[in-house]
Design a protein around this ligand. Sequence first.
Ligand SMILES: Nc1ncnc2c1ncn2[C@@H]1O[C@H](COP(=O)(O)OP(=O)(O)OP(=O)(O)O)[C@@H](O)[C@H]1O
Length: 354
Amino acid sequence: MNLINTKRQALKLKICDLAQLVGVDSSLISRIISGKRQPTLTQLKKISEVLSLDYYLLLKEFLSNQVFELLSPYPGIAEEVIAVAEERITYLTGKDKFKVIKLSQPVTKLLNEAEQHHKKWQSKKPLDGVQVQKMQEFFHTAYTYESNRIEGNTLTLSETHLVINDGITIGGKSMREHLELINHKEAIDLILDFVKNKIHFNAFYLKQIHQLVLKGIDRKNTGVYRSVPVRISGSAHLPPEPYMIDKLMEDYFLFYEMQRKVLHPIILAAEMHERLVSIHPFIDGNGRTSRLVMNLILLQNGYTLVNLKGDPEKKASYFKALEAVQVNHENKHFHQLIAEHAIASLQEHIHLAG
Ligand SMILES: Nc1ncnc2c1ncn2[C@@H]1O[C@H](COP(=O)(O)OP(=O)(O)OP(=O)(O)O)[C@@H](O)[C@H]1O
């Protein structure tokens, strides 16, 4: 255990001093340091605290010593054994995470249907430049309108069009409402850039999206995880306390890494949406950011924008589907909702492409 000895010497601690602080015999510490004896996990934890050493680094050294002890008598096959063990671990963890995502029969049926439309949509490409521009103006305006409407923005669809495409301001409406629309349109352009540049989605890009959503609205909180508790009004789901956010967001991106090539893109997009909005890592703008993340994933996989609607009835069923996952761990309604919207969007795109 070199880490222990190096730190002990740096602190000028005698073996008997360290033993006393840890509450064990000096001979045990000597044997641990010389590698003749493996510490228990409790002893290892105590040593890490006494020496202010990172427990996980110590644990890593401890486990690799154990593997070494086990394999050193078999040098001829040691590497092969490690490779087989590694494969099993990857399989087990991957399978375990995959098991969490069960697809219901109706969802599987919808995914098959979506695949057909996806093929047809791909066959329409490349589209004429002017046609692309017109279609984007239409879909981006509708998406900006609905996503902000969910959040409470009061501008109508035609007012949204005037603000984001013609730069016209609407009398009697606040600066904030205008900024929400302009920012959202810019955020769509940002995710299109991400798709073009084939970025690998991670925390850096997530924060860039969020930064745009709240640009000019809340400078202090743009692109940073919250440090205060939040509540979602009207929801039974309690977002996690702020001290858990870093760890949960690490898991969030780990989930993405593990599942991005395993799950169907529509399910991956739905999961990344639901998981983000359930963590609610930002003070504000979580809903809009999560919907943009979902659409980034769909676009990266050749699908078209999913536009969840903000009228009271549709909004209520969207929130209900989210709550079913959060409270009852029941994801089929949310998967179904996103798959249905993905199909509707593909159909509309195919129709307009002629
Ligand atoms: N159980 C739930 N009920 C309602 N909304 C939920 C629930 N879980 C997550 N949400 C999400 O939270 C968002 C609203 O969160 P909040 O009121 O904090 O506003 P926000 O973070 O500014 O999001 P938005 O961009 O929609 O305004 C909704 O758009 C929805 O996506």
